[in-house]
Design a protein around this ligand. Sequence first.
Ligand code: GLN
Length: 190
Amino acid sequence: MKIGVLALQGTFIEHEKMLEKLGADCVELRKAENLEQDFDGLVLPGGESTVQGKLLRELGMYEILKEKIENGMPVLATCAGMILLAENLENDELKHFGTLPVCVKRNAYGRQLGSFHTEAEVKGIGIVPMTFIRAPYVESAEKNVEVLAVVEGKTVGVRYGNQLAFAFHPELDEDIRIHQKFLDIVKDSV
Ligand code: GLN
């Protein structure tokens, strides 16, 4: 199984380490040329969505990746990655892939709670550690979006078809079950 990891900026190395621990091969996606090879799933890491979105367009990667996602390629998106997928952003005029029918609020926890750690349930997985760093949350979602995790009344994990999106950073904790779940989805789709 080969996973393409968007490697323009952010926590891509942490995702790669985790996926490799689980036996997947990773390829770094840094430029349009890298998208010519075959890969079975896509990871959109945490970081800064505005920078990532800008680079995706400048490097000619945006359309190709959007089409792959629309055609059902499994995606694991964390934090900034969730913002890249969202169909609407509550506090930003710019939207990116727009393949996930949710409205996401960026930097949603305000300054004081910019970063925090907690543990909570992810549906189908159990209690997992959750590291939030200037995180977004899902403000509203279409009916056919499955809510996977809620923290303090805010939706922080969703699934829509093969797209998995989390507001926190599973790649920064030791728990491997979210990545395992993603690889299971990839396996089912190959
Ligand atoms: N605040 C960032 C953004 O708006 C996301 C933060 C993160 O990925 N940790 O893109």
